[in-house]
Design a protein around this ligand. Structure first.
Ligand code: GLN
Length: 244
């Protein structure tokens, strides 16, 4: 067994330690004796989506997001087909926003993006910053996620789009309905920087299971000790006044 991971736009979208998510995915596979390879695809490089089993995109600032517009247009049809084919994507903040129809920056520039998932985002100078927490919906494992958010964008999922989770502390989508992120097929969009996965091992394993099941038809990940992960979670849960 092995997984081929593609890190999209590492040169442009990689804020607040987002690259740590790649390290976590790699480690939680190798600790179980599962092979893992990683390729980075930078802005402007062609991507054969069928050559990979799992994609990661980090976050950026408004300026970096506007740099991606032309490249997203070129990749749009292949990218949408990959999503419809059930390829797993973990997309953080700006990397999440570009999956929707549009992102209007705080200064009023409208960025027309992929339209792969029915949602849009409106930027704002009033930023949502801080440690936050949300509970994943059952179809994403139902675990409590501890994260860090820093965004001005408010994301509004369409009526047929499931959020990734329900906010417990902080802002999330900022849509006034207490939602965070989106889950569409095997796409996981979230505002959670930090990096997200090291302190949320259950979510990381859910993502890896989705990729392994899609590739091999089945997957059973052996439990890991997760001593450091559990300690980090206990510390943050106490700071946030939450329990598992
Ligand atoms: N520019 C977007 C916003 O501010 C995303 C920021 C980010 O990726 N941290 O909402």
């Amino acid at each position: 067994m092995d997984l081929k991971i593609c890190h999209l736009y590492p040169d442009v979208l990689n804020l607040y330690g987002d690259r740590g998510n790649i390290l976590c995915l790699q480690k939680r596979l190798s600790w179980r004796g599962i092979g893992v390879s990683l390729e980075e695809k930078k802005l402007g490089e062609p991507v054969d989506f069928s050559a990979y089993d799992l994609f990661f995109i980090g976050g950026g600032q408004d300026f970096e997001q506007t740099l991606l517009l032309e490249d997203c247009r070129k990749k749009k049809e292949d990218w949408k087909a990959a999503i419809e084919d059930g390829l797993p994507f973990l997309c953080i903040c700006g990397g999440y926003q570009l999956l929707g129809h549009s992102y209007e920056t705080a200064d009023g520039q409208v960025c027309d993006y992929l339209g792969a998932i029915d949602f849009y985002t409106l930027g704002s100078h009033e930023r949502m910053i801080g440690n936050y927490a949300f509970r994943l919906l059952p179809d994403s494992g139902g675990s409590l996620v501890i994260g860090f958010e820093n965004h001005g964008g408010r994301t509004f999922p369409g009526s047929g789009v499931s959020p990734l989770g329900r906010i417990l502390k902080g802002h999330g989508n900022g849509d006034g309905r207490g939602t965070e992120g989106v889950r569409y097929k095997n796409v996981f969009g979230t505002y959670s920087h930090g990096p997200l996965l090291p302190k949320n091992p259950a979510f990381c394993d859910h993502l890896l299971t989705c990729a392994l099941e899609r590739k091999y038809g089945r997957a059973s990940l052996a439990p890991l000790p997760d001593r450091a992960e559990k300690a980090a979670r206990a510390s943050m849960l106490q700071r946030l006044g939450l329990r598992e």
